[in-house]
Structure formats: C-alpha cells, structure tokens
Design a protein around this ligand. Structure first.
Ligand code: GDP
Ligand code: MG
Length: 441
C-alpha cells in the first residue's frame, strides 16, 4: 500500500505543475488506501471529494513536489476530519459526583478503559473516583473490576449478589453522593453483537443516572463493524465521546475515521496497551498517519517545507559571513520574520550569537510593524536599497509618501538598519573565528 502510494507520488514528482488529472489520479490511490484501512465506503467518497476540491488550484510551495503537496493536503484534511490537533479530554464540568457511563461490545476494552480513566483521574487529577461494574452477565465481571480497582488504588462499589444493572447504578450514585466522590464510572455489560436486550438495559441505566459522559469504547482492530456499532449506540443512547482501544496493535485505524464521520462524536481517548497507564488523549495525526500508512511521506513534506526557510537562511548566513547587509537583505529578513522564527533560525547557524539572539527576540517584531517597514523598503529604488547612505531629505519624503508612512518612520528604519548592519559585521567576525575553530555551529 505504502509502496503504491509512493509510486503515484513518485510519478507526480516528475511533472512540473499540478493538474486536475494529477489530483484525480492521486486521489484514486488515496481512495484505495482508505478502503484498505477499513474506512467505510460512503466516508471514503466524501473524504476524497472534499480533498479534491481543496487540492485543485492550490499553490505548490517552492521546493515541494506537487505530489508531496497533494499528500500533505490529504494528511491535513484527514487530521481535521479526525478532530484536529486539539483533542477534547473527558468533560467533567458538572456537579459532583459526575457520572461517566462506558458502553461498547464485549471485549472492546470497557473494563480496562474504566480502570485506566479512574487511575488517571485519581493520580493525575487528584479526583476521588468510584467505579462500579454493572456487568451482571459475565460471572467474574464484577470481580475483574474489583481487582483492577485494587491495582489502580481506586475504590469500587461493593458487590451485592442478585442486583440488576439499574439497581447497581442507583446504589453507586447514592454511595458516591453520600461519600463525597467527584466521579462515578459505570462499566456496563457488553454483548458480542448489539441486541435489543442490551440496548434496553443501557437505556435504563442512562435514564437512571443521567451520565455526563457516555463513552463508546471501540476496538481499533475491528474494521467496518465499528461504524455500525457506533451508529447504533449513538442513535439509540446518544454518545458524547469515543475511546479507541488497542491503538498499540497494528490495526489500520480506519474505524476511527468512519466512526467520527458517521456519528460526529469526538474521539477523546486512546488505549495503547493493557496497563493502567496506557491511556492518552486522542492524537488525530497519529491515526491519520496510520490510516494512510505513509508516515514517511508526511515527514518528507514537512522537511521540504522546512528546507525553503533553511535555504534562504543559508544564503543570508553566507552574506553575513562577508559582513554585508543592505536594505534588500533587511527586507528579506522582515519577510522571514513574519514567517516566524526566520531570524532566529538564521542566527542559529552562526556560532557565538546566543546573546544577540535574546536581544532580537525582545525587539519589536509585531506583524503590522513589520509590514510597514517592508512597505518603506519597497518604496525605495534598487540603488537606494544597496546604498542607504544616499537617502537624504528629498528621497526620504518621497519614500514616506510612497509607503504611506512618515519621514520619522523612514528615519527610524534607516537607523535600525544601520544598527543591524553594524551588529552583523561584528557577528561576521565572531562567525569567522567560530568557523576557524571548527565549522558552523
Ligand atoms: P470489555 O469486555 O469491553 O470490558 O473488555 P476488557 O476491558 O475486559 O478487555 C478485553 C481485553 O482487551 C483484555 O485482555 C485487555 O487487557 C485488552 N485491552 C483493552 N484495552 C487494550 C489496549 O488499549 N491495548 C491492548 N493491547 N489491549 C487492550
Ligand atoms: Mg468488561
């Protein structure tokens, strides 16, 4: 799969510009990649259509190949559809005890995830957590949670034989209220398949406890089934979040995309192992990489984008080494500064300039200010930019008019340039010494 993608993108690489048919061809492969990752067909169709629309006509960044550009767009869109880079954590914003209900098929990891969440809330967030197993079907289920509670250092509701799930849930909430718990996690029973009895049971528990979070626990290794399960649970019970388990396995992760796309329910957590601490907030980019099976390509694209800045910075560093710095250089610096970190990145290449770097960081680098400075420079003639000393009164007035600024501002910029040029000269000397000592830092 990865090979096939690299192949198409390799072919795209050889072309100069990105055409509609290039994008279409690439998207055919992306479509196959998604299907192989077990993404549901309707979800794949929507996804491909959305990316096509985004990709066609988009500028190809210099020194990034069109193919890399497409794949970056695919990747970014996928991350966005999966919920973006800021994953929501569990929402506990309610009057305590906050009930959380865990639902899902048997074996999906409900009990384990219940333990992990309780462990995290207890030890990281210093919450007082009570866990209760409502699984009256599997003989040892309630015992399993009790043992997990002992391992995690989290209280579990004492087991009373013969109670039904609703009774247990009610008892859990009462106990939590009386004993001042912050959170109650209700671990419900699962089934191998969704059936009416299960749905009724969960509905009844939900009615009784009015949970603040209803978390579907879903195994990332299950493919197409996950969508049906998520949809049925959501339609019937109403979910507030999804916890994806077995992300440590080698599943393709397509289920995550399908569940999210079909239900709109946010992916909040992911399980990365059997241990109590193997729980993290959902990382959309990790799952996106896995779905596309092309982490390398994405890294490549990011590298390429970095290279652009790097190349410009190197050119500048070479100039500095000679000790020259005219207004064209300043203009370029300002552009880079606006791109963030340009100056810092460039300075990082010269040895022995840590102190100067700090000073610069403190200087006024706000965007609007920088744009005005750029306007002043672009109102100068090429000759003026190369030889700032020829800029006298008349020229200053013309430049101020041309850039919509004032003579004072022009003066200020010229002074600033002079200071920078002097500083650059000093740095160049330092730099040469540094190089003699053993190369660029
Ligand atoms: P339940 O029936 O939904 O309550 O599922 P369990 O919590 O009992 O989990 C079933 C099995 O899956 C157990 O062996 C767990 O250790 C395992 N499991 C759960 N979550 C994860 C996970 O994120 N990664 C791995 N590798 N195993 C998990
Ligand atoms: Mg269980």
């Amino acid at each position: 799969l990865s090979d096939r993608l690299s192949d198409v993108f390799g072919r795209l690489t050889k072309k100069g510009a990105l055409t509609d048919s290039d994008v279409s061809e690439a998207m055919r492969e992306v479509r196959l990649a998604l299907l192989e990752a077990d993404v549901a067909l309707p979800v794949v169709k929507d996804f491909v259509a959305a990316v096509k629309e985004k990709a066609i006509g988009q500028d190809v960044v210099r020194s990034v190949t069109p193919g890399q550009m497409v794949i970056k767009i695919v990747h970014d869109h996928l991350v966005e559809v999966l919920g973006g880079t800021d994953s929501p954590d569990l929402d506990l914003n309610a009057a305590p005890p906050v009930p959380i209900m865990m639902v899902g098929l048997q074996g999906s990891g409900k009990t384990t995830t219940t333990g992990k969440i309780a462990y995290r809330l207890t030890h990281r967030d210093k919450k007082k957590v009570l866990m209760a197993s409502l699984d009256t079907r599997r003989p040892a289920a309630q015992e399993q949670l009790k043992v997990l509670g002992e391992q995690a250092g989290v209280a579990t509701l004492p087991i009373i034989a013969g109670q039904n799930p609703v009774d247990i849930a009610r008892r859990a909430l009462t106990a939590a209220r009386l004993q001042g718990y912050d959170v109650v996690i209700l671990d419900t029973a699962g089934r191998l398949h969704i059936d009416e009895a299960l749905m009724q049971e969960i509905e009844a528990v939900k009615r009784e406890t009015n949970p603040h979070e209803v978390m579907l626990v879903a195994d990332s290794l299950t493919g197409q089934d996950a969508v049906t399960v998520a949809k049925q649970f959501h339609d019937r019970i109403g979910l507030t979040g999804i916890a994806l388990t077995r992300v440590d396995g080698d599943g393709r992760g397509g289920a995550a995309l399908s569940m999210r796309a079909v239900t709109g329910v946010p992916l909040k957590l992911m399980g990365l192992g059997e241990k109590l601490d193997a729980l993290e907030v959902f990382h959309a980019d990790r799952i996106a990489n896995r779905i596309l099976g092309m982490g390398d390509i994405v890294t490549l694209v990011e590298k390429a984008a970095e290279t652009i800045d790097q190349q410009e910075a190197e050119k500048m560093a070479a100039k500095l080494a000679k000790g020259t710095f005219d207004l064209d250089d300043l203009a370029q610096q300002l552009r880079q500064m606006r791109k963030m970190g340009g100056m810092q990145g460039m300075l990082a290449m010269l040895p022995g300039v840590a102190k100067v770097k700090d000073q610069l960081a403190k200087a006024n680098l706000d965007d609007r200010h920088i744009k005005r400075q750029e306007a002043i420079i672009s109102s100068m003639t090429p000759k003026e930019r190369k030889n700032p000393q020829i800029i006298q009164a008349k020229r200053k007035i013309r430049i101020a008019k041309g850039s919509g600024t004032s003579v004072q501002e022009v003066n200020k910029l010229l002074k600033q340039h002079q200071q920078m040029a002097d500083m650059m000269k000093r740095m160049a000397k330092l730099g040469k010494k540094g190089m003699m000592r053993g190369g660029l830092g």
